[in-house]
Design a protein. Structure first.
Length: 473
């Protein structure tokens, strides 16, 4: 292990790395079931659902193994949130345009992911993606981690809670907390969900406070232990107050991976004829859109998480960025081949980094657990949202501390950073936040007589994001 991952050089050990990998897995295990739900319209148990489920586990594991052994970084990868929803919309649009079945349209849309992955692999090997990372101004880079921190808190306090309000949107804990967590206000619109909501909110905060106390006391694995506290309290509350058996789903659960369903629906099922039938302009637009969102989501996650872990050099660059980007590209190709949307680096990697993960052994551990989920998915499914929310909020708070590196007296830094801080949680996209920040940086520099301070690559990226924001849906 020492020879492969250089544990001593990175100030870590096997136990810490494995615990960090387990922590990362627990905070992102939701994607294993949520991804096939989103891509198949919640058609749980169908052949396509089973195929996407296995593809999620396999492609994620492949990407993490490459990250572990090639880049030796603690980053975890899986089909990206936002990108999978966009993929599902594209599939539905292909159905409307061509009259094909959903399965045929799904197989046509997989061609986008394959082309994107191949393009990214070429760009990564030629160091072009790395040069794009380096072109991002240092001040903007320093604001990425705090922006991700607010985004994590937004996820933890909102969509990850798993409870929805009367209008169908996610129930945001902090928005509705003060004076609203009462039966007279909530029960009328949420009905029987009210007791579950109270239990979720209570255990989430208990888990968060447990993590904070344990971390302050210097306890190793504070994030994981706090999540376990939250799990235990939630399971007990579900049994005592809701009268449910939290482990009932395990009784009739199947632990046999549905490989035959994947082979029949998604494995190497590329329908190029149907894909190109939607028109060349649409094809090119879709590929560019997927590429831009994925590229800057990945770049933002790398830079933001690495800065929190102290992995950046004095110039704000991450060593072995090229290898990490190759892992991302390989994961996307693996996703296309097996049958899922774009595989990208997960922001939840920050939870493992905060737990002490510093090397590829963290990524390897998480990847092995994803593979194991082909057989033990029902066990991963019983981890309550309250536990993962507690970890996400805690890590989000810590990442906000990166604001201390931002020069608040320089408008060319603070304005882009402020825009990223608000746009990342609102849009749910790291890439969109970076794009808005770069546009602000470029505009301010140009109109204050400092156009020469802006690199050619930054001008190009800013222009592309302007096109993306105003001309591409």
């Amino acid at each position: 292990m020492e020879k492969i991952f250089k544990l001593k050089e990175n100030g870590t050990n096997v136990k810490t790395e494995i615990l960090a990998g387990l922590t990362t897995f627990m905070t992102m295990a939701y994607i294993i079931a949520l991804n096939p739900n989103l891509l198949t319209g919640f058609d749980v148990g169908s052949q396509l659902w089973n195929g996407v489920f296995l593809a999620t586990c396999i492609a994620s594991a492949i990407a993490m193994f490459v990250m572990a052994f090639l880049a030796n970084k603690p980053f975890a990868l899986a089909p990206g949130m936002g990108l999978n929803s966009f993929f599902a919309i594209v599939v539905a649009n292909i159905v409307g345009l061509t009259g094909l079945s959903y399965l045929q349209s799904f197989q046509a849309a997989l061609c986008i992911i394959l082309i994107e992955g191949i393009l990214f692999l070429i760009l990564s090997l030629l160091n072009i993606r790395e040069k794009i990372v380096d072109s991002i101004p240092l001040g903007v880079r320093m604001g990425i981690a705090p922006g991700i921190g607010l985004m994590l808190m937004n996820i933890g306090l909102g969509s990850n809670v798993g409870i929805y309000s009367a209008d169908g949107g996610p129930f945001y804990v902090m928005r509705d907390f003060f004076g609203a967590l009462t039966p007279s206000v909530i029960k009328g619109s949420m009905g029987s969900a009210y007791p579950e909501m109270v239990l979720t909110v209570a255990t989430m905060f208990i888990g968060l406070f447990a993590i904070c106390v344990l971390a302050k006391l210097g306890v190793k694995g504070a994030v994981l232990l706090g999540m376990l506290v939250s799990c235990i309290i939630y399971w007990a509350g579900e049994a005592i107050f809701l009268g449910n058996n939290p482990f009932a789903s395990l009784a009739n659960a199947s632990f046999v991976p549905p490989f035959a369903d994947m082979a029949a629906t998604t494995l190497f099922k590329f329908d190029f004829a149907s894909f190109f039938s939607i028109g060349w302009f649409t094809v090119i637009t879709l590929i560019i859109t997927f590429c831009m969102i994925d590229m800057f989501d990945t770049i933002g996650t790398f830079v933001g998480t690495a800065s929190r872990a102290g992995m950046l050099d004095k110039e704000g660059k991450m060593p072995k960025m090229k290898e990490a980007l190759v892992a991302d590209a390989v994961g996307t190709i693996a996703g296309a081949v097996t049958g899922t949307s774009t595989v990208t680096t997960f922001v939840e990697s920050a939870s493992g980094v905060e737990a002490g993960g510093r090397t590829g052994l963290t990524a390897l551990t998480t990847g092995i657990l994803f593979l194991a989920c082909m057989f033990i998915a029902p066990i991963a499914a019983i981890i309550p949202a309250a536990a993962t929310s507690a970890a996400l909020i805690y890590v989000g708070v810590l990442m906000i501390s990166g604001l201390k590196h931002v020069h608040f007296d320089d408008l060319t830094e603070i304005v882009p950073v402020a825009l990223m801080l608000i746009s990342m949680p609102i849009s749910g996209s790291i890439g969109h936040g970076i794009g808005l920040g770069l546009i602000a940086y470029t505009v301010i520099k140009v109109f204050t007589g400092k156009a020469k301070d802006v690199s050619i690559v930054t001008y190009i990226i800013s222009a592309l994001f302007l096109v993306k924001f105003f001309l591409v849906v």
